[in-house]
Design a protein around this ligand. Sequence first.
Ligand SMILES: Cc1cc2nc3c(=O)[nH]c(=O)nc-3n(C[C@H](O)[C@H](O)[C@H](O)COP(=O)(O)OP(=O)(O)OC[C@H]3O[C@@H](n4cnc5c(N)ncnc54)[C@H](O)[C@@H]3O)c2cc1C
Length: 295
Amino acid sequence: MIRDFLSQHGEYHDDRYFKDLTTLKMGGHIRHFVMPDNPDDLKAIVAFLKSHRIPYKVIGNGSNLICGESEYDGVVICLKKLNNYIIDKDEVYAEAGVMVPALASVLARNGLSCLEFASGIPGCIGGLVYMNAGAYKGSMADVVLEVLTLKDDQLVWLKNNELNFSYRHSIFGDHPHWVIVAARLKLEPKDAHELEDLIADRLRRRKETQPLDYPSAGSCFRNPEGDFAWKMIDGIGYRGYKVNDVLVSDKHSNFIVNTGHGKAEDYLSIVYQIQDKVKDKYGVKLIMEVEKFNC
Ligand SMILES: Cc1cc2nc3c(=O)[nH]c(=O)nc-3n(C[C@H](O)[C@H](O)[C@H](O)COP(=O)(O)OP(=O)(O)OC[C@H]3O[C@@H](n4cnc5c(N)ncnc54)[C@H](O)[C@@H]3O)c2cc1C
């Protein structure tokens, strides 16, 4: 019954694994996986799952998730097929599944400043809004005008000041069943070459400082106020520390990478060790930026 319904409203699979859907490349089998074709199908799927009390998880590019090995006995709804965008004068309407680095490039090429800060963040619009992703002192809170939200079976626009944005947080973190369907972002005209150069420079800096040749979920911990997680991790001597195939990167110690067949349990064992030792040494509780799911 579930399979039939989902197949009518999107691309359905029962042979997907989190390890193939996340940038960290870890995680087990997903009982039901669907990619809705459009917002109406998404709405129908969510209403169906809620009415049947079937658990579900919405994902974008899976670049902030660490998933366990056990089977997820629910439905993963991946929004990558909701990937339309429309540029209209001083704003862009982008569906939740639009990949941000690609959109940032298109906007820059057209002399439209907006997502330069996010050009190296390998996620979708929905994922970046969800966690108010940011870099280089910019964040989604600075550019989002409003968000089309599937909330209590209705599509409603929520304005920036209703989204409770703060450091790596938005209202969506408090309402895991709401779905970000699309966002309107503000654009500012600027010189296209300058924007493209800025993006190229930042991507070059990321390559120099981050272990992009290994699967990861980006920074593992949030930076504590006025400090840097990587400094504390270095301070307890964990740069280069390894558990099986999971490694605290030598290049950037706030990146914990998968060097082969790493498992969430190994990743989390490193996380908990770091948290304990940092607490003992600095009296600070490091908070995970990466989200644990199904583990
Ligand atoms: C190499 C690398 C570098 C990174 N650099 C940065 C950085 O500089 N700054 C930064 O902030 N992050 C960074 N990240 C982390 C990550 O890319 C961001 O958190 C990004 O916002 C996640 O987007 P996603 O589409 O992959 O979301 P996913 O990982 O798929 O999902 C993350 C969370 O968002 C929820 N979600 C996703 N889409 C929706 C939706 N449409 N509606 C409701 N909920 C949704 C999911 O349920 C989940 O809880 C980096 C990651 C990597 C791998």
